[in-house]
Design a protein around this ligand. Structure first.
Ligand code: PLP
Length: 378
């Protein structure tokens, strides 16, 4: 967590315990803290304070956007094939349509147009992908939606975007926007769904009428206050952090590509002449994604962990399960190659020493696994 978030959170864990729905002075103080956090999140996300609905994180925000729309309006739900399961599963579960992506992970706009008709009530396309970091052209998506399904609401999962992108500007065409605090230096278990004025959803949690009847339940005051502090700190240094972390990520990925024979950078044409930073323009700064022929990522993660490099094979929610990532499958990555995928994530606190360690540890670990690997069948 960012230190600003920890500092903001602590008094709400140690000194203040009132429920913001109460009537007494401590309750009013808690309510004021919530109002302040609501204003900050609104500013960061390009929304009005009344459009902010506090949730328990990205999953709840995504579920509320998708299922809340389905329950209120019926109709057909549509999403991109590389969405997080918090969007994909509810869309598929309600019989919705899934639109393909290109080899770079960008949603196929013609395919999207073909999937839309006046029965569509929600289109969900994420701002940035959590596995490979692809940034989606949301303005172009919005144009397609407004033309082919004018009554549909546009939802964007911006969970992976806040640290790296100007969400207020880029998510402006969306009616519903999800974010999650732990992706930008806040605590786990708290997030926001932006619900633009006039966008009507069925609540999924019903009870005390909190969040203007859109999400019942006593709000997580400490978490929300910390989320706002993290968001403020993140936006204040975003441009310098993005430049610094992108340079670290490029040094890491370019260094690995140079050191490890056959290594592939997922979704990018390998071997083009442009420098890496330019080739990675359509990706968020904090993700490097590689496929390693002849290596199973589960074994590699184990070796890396022993040397204190903590990486991921697919999305962290799925790692541990031996199913290759649906994101890589949608991008057309060969199934066998997808079993050797590696996601290296960096954040605001990543350092040059972290990159040095990964550069020192990864090539011999991969070499070792390749020596023991059975020859791959043709
Ligand atoms: N959406 C995306 C793109 C994510 O990366 C994640 C978490 O990794 C989620 C949604 C779920 O968010 P949370 O973990 O806060 O429930």
């Amino acid at each position: 967590m960012r230190p600003e978030a920890v500092a903001a959170m602590l008094p709400w864990l140690t000194e203040h315990h009132a429920n913001p729905s109460g009537a007494h002075r401590p309750a009013r103080e808690a309510r004021r803290a919530l109002d302040d956090a609501r204003e900050i999140m609104a500013e960061v996300l390009g929304a009005r304070p009344g459009e902010i609905v506090f949730t328990s994180g990205g999953t709840e925000a995504d579920n509320l956007a998708v299922l809340g729309t389905a329950d209120r309006h019926g109709g057909v739900l549509v999403c991109g094939a590389t969405e997080h399961h918090a969007v994909l599963d509810p869309v598929v579960g309600r019989g919705g349509r899934v639109v393909g992506v290109g080899p770079d992970g960008v949603v196929d706009l013609d395919g999207l147009a073909a999937a839309l008709d006046p029965d569509v009530t929600l289109v969900s396309v994420m701002l940035a992908n959590n596995e490979v970091g692809t940034i989606q052209p949301l303005a172009a998506v919005a144009d397609v939606v407004r033309t082919a399904a004018p009554a549909a609401r546009l939802h964007t999962d911006a969970v992976q975007a806040v640290s790296w992108l100007d969400v207020a500007a880029l998510a402006a065409p969306a009616d519903l926007v999800s974010v999650s605090a732990h992706k930008f230096g806040g605590p786990k278990g708290v997030g926001v769904l932006v619900v633009r004025d006039g966008v009507d959803l069925a609540p999924r949690q019903i009870g005390g009428g909190q969040e203007r009847e859109r999400r019942g339940g006593t709000p997580n005051v400490a978490g929300i206050v910390a989320m706002a502090a993290a968001a403020e700190a993140c936006v204040a240094d975003r441009s310098t952090t993005v430049a610094r972390v992108a340079a670290l990520r490029d040094r890491l990925v370019d260094g690995l590509l140079a050191a490890i024979p056959g290594l592939l950078e997922t979704g990018l044409e390998i071997g083009v002449d442009e420098p890496g930073a330019t080739r990675r323009r359509g990706r968020v700064a904090g993700i490097g994604h590689l496929c390693i022929p002849g290596v199973e990522s589960e074994a590699l993660l184990f070796l890396l962990e022993q040397q204190e490099v903590y990486a991921s094979a697919a999305s962290s929610c799925a790692s541990g399960a031996m199913e290759p990532s649906h994101v890589l499958a949608a991008m057309g990555v060969d199934r066998r190659l997808a079993f050797g995928s590696l996601r290296l994530s960096l954040g605001w606190s990543s350092t040059a020493a972290d990159v040095d360690l990964a550069l020192a540890v990864l090539p011999p670990a991969i070499d070792r696994l390749r020596q023991f690997a059975a020859p791959t069948p043709a």
